[in-house]
Write a protein that binds this ligand. Structure first.
Ligand SMILES: [Zn+2]
Length: 243
């Protein structure tokens, strides 16, 4: 009977080694998550979810990308107050896409926890790339429905710094959740291509409402939503202002 035992042991060892190899392969494949890339679904059978939701100090490569774009010469917020987030989100097709965002360290954990819950519940976010890939031009980024956080900039038409300047505000699916302000002289819609989505009674994808998961998660983490402001209306915008 001994030879049978030997065969069984050999097969069992081979199976264990095979499974360990597969697990290592998938774990290794997530070592450097490339923003914009799609994670194959089978990866989630082998790799713990935490691995896809990471907070980093701003890496040198990212900081040099930000120079003169989101991080301008007159920027007064120190690099050490900002964090670089890497996470995954579901797009409308249901794919798991790698996203990235720079935010203030004070909300880094909030955003990672919110992104993880949005991912687990398949809440669609089309794109989350650094605004520096759009030359830190908010209008271009919003037209591309790109979700983003930190950007050292003034509120359009004013000399007032936006809350994105401290990295304490994030914009989610901005094309479908535009900014709107009406003054005596003019109407401001941002992005301009978001005009059809100012009709909040209409039904369309990516629409943030007071009843949806995105709003609920941000509210639970102490953020206010620009969609609940009287004027301006900023449906894409969530901010957490530390008292
Ligand atoms: Zn905003």
């Amino acid at each position: 009977m001994k030879w049978i035992e030997r065969i069984i042991w050999t097969l069992a060892l081979m199976a264990v080694a095979g499974l360990a190899y597969i697990r290592f392969h998938y774990w290794n494949s997530t070592r450097s998550l490339t923003p914009g890339s799609i994670i194959p679904e089978q990866t989630f059978n082998w790799v713990k979810m935490d691995r896809f939701f990471q907070i980093y100090d701003i890496p040198d490569t990212i900081f040099s990308l930000m120079q003169g774009k989101s991080y301008k010469d007159n920027c007064t917020i120190p690099r050490s107050d900002l964090k670089y987030l890497v996470f995954i989100h579901r797009n409308l097709e249901g794919n798991a896409v790698v996203g990235e965002m720079v935010v203030n360290q004070l909300i880094a954990t909030d955003i990672i926890e919110i992104m993880e819950q949005l991912f687990l519940k398949s809440y669609p976010i089309e794109k989350a790339r650094l605004i520096d890939y759009y030359d830190a031009d908010d209008e271009t980024s919003m037209r591309d429905n790109n979700s983003s956080g930190f950007n050292w900039r003034f509120i359009k038409g004013t000399d007032k710094l936006s809350n994105h300047s401290t990295g304490l505000a994030v914009d989610i699916n901005p094309l479908y959740n535009p900014y709107y302000k009406s003054t005596k002289r003019r109407e401001i819609i941002q992005p301009q291509t978001g005009q059809p989505y100012l009709d909040r009674t209409a039904d369309f994808p990516f629409k943030i409402t007071e009843e949806d998961l995105c709003h609920a998660l941000f509210a639970a983490h102490g953020f206010t939503w620009g969609g609940s402001w009287e004027s301006p209306k900023d449906y894409q915008h969530f901010e957490k202002i530390e008292q």
